[in-house]
Design a protein around this ligand. Structure first.
Ligand code: GDG
Length: 744
């Protein structure tokens, strides 16, 4: 309909042009036809005269006017000839026939002699006046005047005009119909191309061919659409975004301000003795990075192992301390572990057993009976602590990670009405891999004490459900992801974790990107023009640090132009260093760095810098902001938060992220350069691509990544989980009420 309207809009001027053409051309045509006929009539007159000339000459000689009269009367019988008159040279009428006015008829007629277009009005119409001189035999000259009726010309002209109007209208109609048909076809083709162009049929030769000359337009249009989408999402941002306030309001409305307790092994604030002073440290831990902002928003109590050298000095009589220091938004309850407990539960069963078991990163899990006993005992101690801290019968308990697989079922023994949300921060392997754990059933039963069990990805959920299916008697509702085991139901769901998106005040405190770069270059003693690639990790074999170094080495081999110009800085925060596997891994990395530096470095250039020490949070932000490239090449990672922190730090929308496809984050952060870290060639190429990536592409990728991380932030992670818990609790309350009514 719209397209028709559009075409009529085009046709209207065409009609106007045709009408104007008819309007201006018709008088012209009238004039022309009159001239043609007048010339015709002059010729005709000449013929008539030549047929009369002889007899008139003879008759004049003999003054036989009667003969002349008869001759001209014969001629006048022609219907187009109105009258004939014979005039002498003085304008006197000699004889006449038909309508010929005596006297002035001759005089008026003779005036027209010599005119090319001798037409006069006569008796309400036009007549053609033909003056033909005839020389008599006596030598005297007379003029034979022929008055031809021009009304037939007018008739013909009217007919011509009618035909012309019909012709122009017909022509107009043909043009109009042709225009509409051509326009419709063109429009349809255009619509198809435009649809193809908007549908983002992917890149590649086939798509280019399909779009033809519209291909460059497609690129521009898609870029513009992306910008508009970005602007739109930015504009909607505040309404859609998850932030602490929205989380708090969810707690108020859906959980009716219920009590929230978090349990994790790692504590969010560690008090350390340093040179006789007590300092507070934030641990290098993805779990703490994610859960701490949620806890600040929810208040409540966080129960964790007190591992800092000054932790005991800073708690009250009930082993509690208010944190964050200075802001005191929630309570940290510390649990003290003996060295044997820590060794067996934490280093032994959790980190030598479950960690490699779940990551499948080519390090053999070690399962010792004694470690298992410590693991059970410590889980029990934490369960008791939860029961002791709970002020209500049905708190919401957030159990964190693989250190506490048995805790959910144990908490349920003490607090049957608690809502237990367990989040497993690391991957879950397939049933075969998990099957090598001697206590696989105990672990699964322990976890199924949870109301909700969360993993980062659907894939990990699927692996877990299949594992339960393989090793336990349980009913599984696959379509709802619910496992029923011993009268308890557990919802298994994916909740991709994230970071807290930096607020405007925090961003305002950050030094400018250039200043960060200068500070890092100066601090590390680098040349001012070097390109910087960075890696930030706990010093762990699952993070792909070795593979990253191999990629850097291969890049320098393949593209020697980067030697002297690229420096790779690896922050490796000490982690689980008392374990042999970690010690030998860390030594291996150190040797590898040395080797690369010896091969490509010199007195004033070292291509690789290993900073194997804990860094303050601000120092990491400075490094992220100074970097051209951030490398995250985990061999297997539940999510990985470093890549999200890098993106959050780049409000300048510059810098390139290289991300392992084996990190959970790769499913969301698709605009990163996704690599297989085991493929050294591919990683080296990605590094080269990152270092040579044009600014506009960096901006486009980074803007999109930032949008994702901002929207899918940690408050959304917690919000979704707590909202699911709220729904569960509501259902539970309704069921309890129904039960009560039934029993009354
Ligand atoms: C597990 C899963 C999942 C690193 N060095 C320092 C430091 N860090 C911080 C980083 C980041 C965190 O540690 C590491 O986060 P990741 O996500 O990489 O990893 P894991 O600790 O292995 O965490 C992981 C996570 O849980 C959350 O669920 O993403 O897949 O393995 O925040 O910035 N922090 C400080 N100094 C350092 O030197 N302050």
């Amino acid at each position: 309909m719209n397209s028709l309207r559009l075409q009529f809009r085009f046709l209207f001027p065409l009609v106007i042009v045709l009408v104007a053409a008819a309007y201006f051309s018709l008088p012209l045509i009238d004039k022309l036809t009159l001239r043609w006929f007048s010339r015709d009539l002059s010729l005709r007159g000449t013929l008539v005269v030549s047929s009369l000339e002889d007899s008139i000459s003879d008759a004049l000689r003999t003054h036989d006017l009667e003969r002349i009269q008869k001759a001209i009367e014969r001629v006048v019988t022609d219907e187009r000839l109105l009258g004939v008159g014979l005039c002498d040279t003085t304008g006197k009428l000699i004889v006449s026939a038909g309508v010929f006015a005596p006297g002035e008829g001759c005089a008026a007629a003779l005036e027209t002699a010599g005119e090319t277009f001798p037409v006069r009005s006569f008796a309400g119409g036009n007549v053609h006046v033909g003056v033909h001189p005839i020389r008599g035999s006596s030598g005297a000259v007379v003029n034979l005047v022929l008055l031809h009726d021009l009304s037939f010309i007018e008739r013909r002209s009217r007919d011509t005009r009618r035909y012309l109007v019909i012709l122009l209208t017909g022509l107009g109609l043909v043009v109009a119909v042709t225009t509409i048909v051509v326009a419709q076809l063109t429009l349809r083709g255009w619509m198809q191309n435009t649809r193809a162009l908007l549908s983002d049929g992917g890149s590649g030769v086939e798509n280019e061919r399909r779009l033809g000359e519209l291909a460059p337009l497609a690129v521009e249009l898609r870029a513009r659409l992306r910008d508009l989408e970005d602007e739109f999402r930015r504009a909607l941002g505040p309404q859609l975004e998850w932030d602490p306030e929205r989380l708090r309001s969810l707690l108020r409305t859906q959980l009716r301000d219920d009590e929230v307790i978090v349990v994790s092994n790692r504590e969010p604030y560690i008090h350390e003795q340093v040179d006789g002073n007590i300092v507070v440290r934030r641990p290098a831990s993805g779990l703490v990075t994610a859960v701490e902002p949620v806890m600040r928003a929810c208040s409540g109590t966080w129960i964790a192992h007190g591992g800092g050298s000054a932790d005991r000095q800073t708690v009250d009589a009930k082993d509690r301390v208010r944190v964050p220091p200075g802001r005191e938004e929630y309570t940290l309850r510390r649990i003290w572990l003996s060295p044997e407990e820590e060794q067996g539960y934490y280093y032994g069963f959790a980190n030598e057993g479950l960690w490699p078991l779940c990551h499948v990163a080519h390090v053999r899990p070690v399962f010792r009976e004694s470690d298992w006993h410590q693991y059970v005992a410590v889980n029990r101690r934490f369960a008791e602590a939860v029961a002791a801290e709970a002020v209500s019968e049905d708190p919401v308990v957030l159990v964190q990670d693989y250190h506490f697989a048995l805790l959910p079922a144990m908490i349920r023994e003490y607090l049957p009405r608690a809502t237990i949300l367990t989040f497993w921060h690391i991957p879950w392997p397939n049933p075969e891999s998990f099957g090598i754990c001697p206590w696989r059933r105990e672990i699964l039963r322990g976890m199924l004490g949870s109301t909700i069990l969360g993993f980062h990805t659907r894939y990990h959920c699927k692996n877990f459900i299949e594992t339960v299916d393989r090793y336990l008697e349980a009913r599984i509702e696959h379509e709802h992801s619910i496992i029923s085991h011993q009268d308890d139901e557990t919802l298994v769901e994916s909740y991709p974790i994230s970071i807290e998106w930096p607020g405007p005040r925090q961003v305002a405190d950050w030094p400018a990107v250039d200043a960060c770069r200068r500070a890092v270059v100066e601090r590390l003693g680098l040349a001012s023009n070097v390109r910087l690639a960075v890696g930030v990790d706990r010093f762990d074999y699952t993070k792909g640090i070795l593979e990253r170094l191999n990629a850097v080495e291969r890049l320098l081999e393949k593209h020697p132009e980067w030697v002297g110009k690229l420096v790779f800085v690896q922050v490796a925060a000490p982690s689980r260093s008392s374990l042999e596997e970690y010690q030998s891994f860390q030594q291996r990395i150190q040797l590898q760095c040395q080797r690369i530096n010896e091969r490509f470095g010199g007195a004033d250039y070292q291509p690789v810098l290993l900073l194997a020490e804990h860094h303050e949070h601000e120092a990491l932000t400075e490094l992220y902001r100074a970097a051209d490239v951030c490398l995250v090449t985990s061999l297997h990672d539940g999510m990985n938060l470093v890549c999200k922190e890098f993106v959050a730090a780049r409000d300048d929308e510059r810098g390139v992220l290289i991300l392992s496809r084996f990190a959970g984050a790769a499913r969301e952060m698709t605009e990163a350069l996704i690599v297989n870290p085991y493929h050294v060639e591919e990683s080296a190429d990605a590094l080269h691509q990152a270092l040579t990536m044009p600014d506009a592409e960096q901006r486009e990728r980074m803007a999109s990544l930032r949008m994702t991380v901002r929207e899918y932030n940690v408050f959304r992670w917690a919000g979704r989980m707590l909202a699911d818990a709220g729904r569960f609790r509501l259902r539970q309350r309704i069921e309890a009420r129904v039960q009560r009514v039934r029993s009354e």
